[in-house]
Design a protein around this ligand. Structure first.
Ligand code: PNS
Length: 159
């Protein structure tokens, strides 16, 4: 069975990678879908986010990365994927993901599997990583080395 892990990945964190890895153990193939939420302002543009995700999952067998545009259900149908896998951290994630799971199931019958985040990354978010980074903190414990480098480059470029 083929699964999709969708997200903005701005930037990808160890928390995301943990979910992708565990989805890889449950399903034959995993497509990491890098999308754009119109309500969000991104630090990295789509090409940069895709590039960092590709580099971060390069060593994971059966995992590939695609750009998500339009509805997630249409993307999954086009890719022949029957399941969406998302990570769950706290109750607010559940409230949102339940709504998404219901609408996606109503639209095409697309199923959603919600995986509890590992304790180690239980409250980590890209938002926190961006906040720490923007205030000059060290994010290298939370993101792959390449992502930490890209954040540093962006910080230097901005001065
Ligand atoms: O959790 P994120 O990072 O905000 O997810 C972003 C993204 C792009 C994966 C999400 O907004 C999404 O799935 N967008 C596709 C549009 C869609 O199908 N929305 C659900 C039905 S309203």
């Amino acid at each position: 069975m083929r699964a999709v892990c969708p997200g903005s990945f701005d930037p990808i964190t160890h928390g995301h990678l943990d979910i992708v890895r565990r989805a890889g153990a449950l399903f034959d193939e995993v497509i990491v879908a890098v999308g754009r939420n119109s309500a969000k302002n991104y630090l990295f543009d789509t090409d940069q986010r895709v590039d960092m995700v590709r580099a971060s999952v390069a060593d994971l067998p059966g995992v590939r990365v695609e750009v998500l545009s339009g509805l997630l259900v249409d993307f999954c149908r086009a890719q022949g994927a029957e399941v969406v896998v998302k990570g769950l951290r706290f109750a607010s994630d559940f409230d949102f993901e339940l709504q998404m799971a219901h609408i996606n199931h109503s639209l095409t019958g697309l199923e959603t599997v919600l995986l509890p985040a590992s304790a180690q990354w239980g409250t980590l978010s890209s938002t926190m990583v961006r906040e720490v980074a923007s205030l000059g903190g060290d994010v290298s414990a939370f993101v792959p080395a390449l992502v930490a480098e890209r954040i540093e480059q962006k910080r230097n470029a901005r001065g």
